[in-house]
Design a protein around this ligand. Structure first.
Ligand code: ADP
Length: 532
């Protein structure tokens, strides 16, 4: 055992084993993901690290695991400052991390995966497979985490793979386990099993950092929690001393409210009708479960939810990127099932701002004007003697560049020369000028500067007022969702759990309670008013 490995062993159960002080992490693009964060772990505890998407939880754990170097702050182990230089170094100290996306090699066996890079050898050179198998069986028994050493990882269920990942760090000597949203990918049965296993590990003196958004899980399994909000540590508390109300407040209360000048909506006829939509994902889980709602002309309906609760699938079904497995989606009375391509969906009067703007929004090698006309180059207005009327294209593009304040050399500039915010404005210049009756807008301002965000938000509201567009808005930014939307629904575990006809009457904390599954409206409350 090395000196580093002994450090945690000298700490008694219930005592502080590690603390992170004043950690600040700024990513290369200038984004401050952790700002003066304080965090500590005791030996033999399960410590929940909670906060909204983007609060900085993964970043903090990556700093602890030696994957990211902080700009400021220090890590103390046993009262002494230590630098954790890399994941290998972290493992030397006994810190192991299980990422959200598993790092296993599918075509190798459980044994080969678990000992990858630390294989036992015989005769100094040859991989000793027998010894490797023996060790896998030994740790599997020791920690009561059942695995078949010979199973091929690619054939295993997600829950099983996760067990292999946990064993993989245990076999490397981890005493502190960092689990990044371990339940996000699991079925309820698998979650139960995981919790039993984690509690057993805790009883054996292991410490676990458990990242989660789900308050019921945190309540069930954690001894203490630390809340992060917008990159800052808000506080640490004993689970016995804190109510769900307190946690929600810590997670969602914001000091600054986003303001957008807008008159109350005057909704008219129904444009988008979603009925009893259910979607099973590749794991057989109901990602979207019996979802029904309407969006009316002149109305912006916002969809709130912690990421991973079915919003992405719902949006992709409405965009025509995922199939309608069960239920229906109608635009102006016509089912999307009758459209054979994305172009046909667009021709039904749908425009789309997808969350993945580089895949589904902009083509970076093409010019601004080519991007703007990508959906309309075949229309009569852009044709002259059977060819593309470049003069008209340039003229219109110039106007759009001005209207959407795209900072560029001119409409002929390649999109890849623009900043993220300006690329999104180019996408908006196309999608917000289609005369579509229905707009699907997903995370329109994620990762872009404040100025660009304001241009886009104001345009969404302007389209509602000037063209009576029906808009369905998905956003992880609650400030944006509350200020832009007229009405709101909340998704949790694939279902709509709340409907608020007037978004201006809702605050972030109330929304948070529904997003975290603490509260749920009755079917009458949700359905009765949601659609006629
Ligand atoms: P959480 O785990 O709480 O959801 P993260 O730590 O993953 O939050 O991210 C915090 C913020 O940092 C997010 O806004 C995210 O977009 C940003 N971020 C994460 N990784 C990077 C990176 N490599 N470069 C720039 N920004 C990043």
């Amino acid at each position: 055992m090395t000196e580093k490995q002994k450090l945690f062993d000298n700490v008694g159960i219930g005592e502080d084993m590690l603390s992170m002080e004043h950690i600040t992490k700024i990513y290369e693009n200038g984004f401050v993901a952790n700002s003066d964060v304080n965090f500590s772990v005791r030996r033999g505890e399960i410590h929940g690290l909670v906060g909204e998407n983007g609060a900085g939880k993964t970043t903090l754990m990556k700093v602890l695991f030696g994957q990211e170097t902080p700009e400021e702050g220090r890590i103390l182990i046993g009262g002494q400052e230590h630098k954790i230089e890399s994941p290998l170094d972290a493992l030397e100290y006994g810190i192991g991390m299980v990422h959200q996306h598993f790092m296993l090699v599918d075509n190798l066996s459980v044994t080969d995966n678990m000992l990858l890079g630390v294989e036992p050898v015989k005769g100094g050179i040859v991989y000793d497979r027998k010894e490797a198998r023996r060790r896998v069986i030994e740790v599997s028994k020791k920690y009561d985490l059942d695995v078949d050493p010979d199973a091929i990882v690619g054939d295993l269920s997600v829950g099983y793979k996760q067990r292999v990942e946990i064993l993989k760090i245990l076999i490397r000597g981890a005493k502190l386990l960092l689990l990044d949203e371990p339940t996000a990918v699991l079925t309820p049965q698998e979650i139960k099993e995981l919790f039993v296993q984690l509690k057993k590990l805790k009883e054996q003196g292991f410490s676990i950092v458990f990242i989660s958004h789900k308050l019921n899980e945190v309540r069930e399994i954690c001894d203490r929690i630390t809340v992060l909000r917008l990159g800052k540590s808000i506080g640490t508390a004993d689970m016995t001393n804190i109510t769900e109300d307190d946690i929600t407040k810590m997670m969602f209360n914001r000091d600054v409210k986003l303001k957008i000048d807008k008159a109350p909506a005057k909704p008219q006829e129904t444009v988008l009708k979603v009925r009893d939509l259910t979607f099973k994902d590749a794991q057989g889980k109901n990602a979207v479960s019996h979802v029904s709602f309407d969006v009316r002309a002149g109305e912006i309906l916002g969809v709130a939810g912690v990421e991973g609760n079915g919003q992405a699938e719902l949006a992709d079904i409405i965009a025509g990127l995922l199939p309608i497995q069960s239920g229906d989606v109608l635009v102006n009375g016509r089912s999307l099932k009758s459209a054979k391509s994305i172009r046909e969906i667009r021709e039904m009067g749908v425009s789309l701002m997808h969350q993945d703007r580089m895949t589904y929004g902009a083509s970076k090698d093409q010019s601004i004007e080519e991007n703007i006309i990508a959906d309309r180059y075949y229309q009569k207005q852009y044709k002259k003697f059977g060819l593309l009327n470049w003069k008209k294209v340039r003229q219109d593009s110039k106007e759009y560049v001005k209207e959407f304040v795209v900072k560029c050399e001119g409409p002929g500039a390649a999109v890849k020369t623009l900043s993220g915010g300006n690329i999104q404005k180019v996408v908006a210049a196309r999608e917000f000028t289609t005369d579509a009756k229905f707009m699907l807008v997903c995370h329109p301002t994620r990762g872009i500067d404040v100025g660009a965000a304001e241009v886009i938000r104001k345009k969404i509201v302007a389209l509602r007022d000037e063209k009576q567009t029906a808009t369905l808005l998905f956003s992880a930014d609650l400030g944006e969702l509350l200020s832009v939307s007229d009405s709101l629904v909340v998704m949790y575990a694939g279902q709509i759990v709340a409907y608020f006809p007037d978004a201006s009457q809702v605050d972030e904390q109330t929304l948070g309670e529904y997003m975290l599954g603490v509260k749920k409206q009755s079917d009458e409350e949700i359905g009765g008013v949601l659609f006629a």
